[in-house]
Unconditional design. Structure first.
Length: 394
């Protein structure tokens, strides 16, 4: 429980280090994966025939922001874990072991299946495009999917193009422990700001000189600002008394207001998109970081916290990693099999058919993710107890 005056100060640094599981952050994960699945199952799948469907497609185009939310949350949590563990024995060993046990079994397990264990003849019978995945195995196994996609004009790697964001996360995990180990908190905060500014500038350059390629969207140096935004807020919580609630909410409001303003600007005049959209992405990361900080450390804000603690949202968050890995495969398989046309004839009500199609995709993804978590990932996760973390926060 908080001991300070409600709304005035976040938890002390000591409280941060000893904090237990923060349920609101499970809701943040759930919100992020819900947005990404909405993008792939509604925006990318539904063939609109009514005003409702067209509106749903327009709205779920913003589901891509779920990836930005994942990045900010990762920067926030990973940086907090690293700062709290700094100076303790086995700092690097424990961090890398725990991260590896969490992310490698599922990621490399999937790659082992599709690039080694399943015969090429079977893959060809399922869909010849699986052979393209197999042909690009060096990029996938080395966490360089984003580098492979960078010079292309669309997400052209069948079934697993969404692994680009997992590559960015892994690059962050490999470098950031050394940064936090070497720098004091104020210096790490300044570096986070500098890297975020550099990422924004680099995105503007890429959008200007190569607007048709995916460089600005998928390359790690172009997307590091979201991770650094989360890192900055985690570091701020561990510097003195941290941020007051009014200041945190002011930052969130400024970032959110800028997102809205830039979105409206882009709707009216798309000619400045090479600057407007990159700036909006950075503003969005700042807004997300401030809201995550507020939900984690500030008293009050019960409406926000209650929303993030909703059971269905936290349940989504619990399986978010598996959902992210598998839902993209399911969505692409639905696209290849012509699911939209098949579902279009189920009932005389087009919106209902779209709802049934989306529900089927989500249900299949959910079932696979839950089976993977409980039947495959859990034994590896149990081994994390051998590598204790300084923080018990998820």
């Amino acid at each position: 429980p908080m001991t300070e005056s409600p709304g005035e100060r976040p938890r002390s640094a000591a409280a941060v280090r000893s904090a237990s599981h923060v349920p609101e952050l499970d809701g943040v994960r759930g919100l992020a994966i819900a947005g990404v699945m909405a993008l792939h199952f509604i925006n990318n799948q539904v063939i609109p025939s009514t005003l409702v469907e067209r509106a749903a497609i327009r709205i779920t185009n913003y589901g891509l922001w779920g990836v930005d939310l994942f990045f900010v949350l990762s920067g926030f949590l990973i940086t907090g874990i690293l700062v709290d563990a700094r100076g303790r024995p086995h700092y690097f060993t424990n961090f890398f072991a725990r991260r590896s046990l969490r992310i490698f079994p599922l990621y490399f397990g999937v790659l082992l299946l599709v690039t080694v264990l399943i015969p090429a003849s079977v893959l060809r019978a399922l869909d010849p495009e699986w052979l393209e995945v197999r042909a690009q195995w060096p990029w996938l196994w080395s966490y360089l999917t984003n580098v492979y996609l960078g010079p292309r004009t669309d997400f052209s790697l069948p079934y697993v193009s969404h692994f680009w964001s997992l590559a960015i996360e892994e690059h962050f995990y490999l470098v950031w422990p050394f940064v936090i180990s070497a720098l004091a908190v104020p210096a790490a905060m300044r570096l986070s700001v500098a890297l975020a500014a550099a990422a924004l500038a680099l995105r503007v350059v890429c959008e200007t000189v190569a607007p048709d390629q995916l460089y600005a969207d998928v390359l790690t140096p172009c997307r590091i600002d979201a991770l650094c935004a989360g890192a900055w807020f985690a570091l701020a919580a561990r510097r003195g008394a941290g941020l007051t609630r009014p200041r945190t909410l002011a930052i969130a409001g400024l970032g959110g207001g800028l997102v809205v303003a830039l979105t409206l600007w882009h709707m009216v005049d798309v000619r400045g998109s090479a600057v407007v959209l990159p700036l909006r992405t950075t503003a969005l990361a700042v807004c997300f970081g401030a809201l995550i900080y507020a939900a984690t450390f500030h008293a009050g804000l019960e409406t926000l916290k209650a929303a993030l603690r909703m059971a269905w949202l936290r349940h989504l968050g619990r399986y978010s990693y598996g959902l992210y890995v598998f839902h993209g495969v399911v969505a692409y398989a639905m696209h290849r099999s012509g699911a939209a046309a098949q579902f279009a004839t189920l009932t005389p009500v087009p919106p209902l058919n779209s709802v049934l199609m989306v529900a089927a995709g989500v249900a299949v993804s959910y079932a696979i993710a839950m089976a993977s978590y409980h039947g495959f990932e859990q034994p590896f996760l149990a081994l994390k107890s051998r590598f204790p973390s300084a923080s018990s926060r998820a």
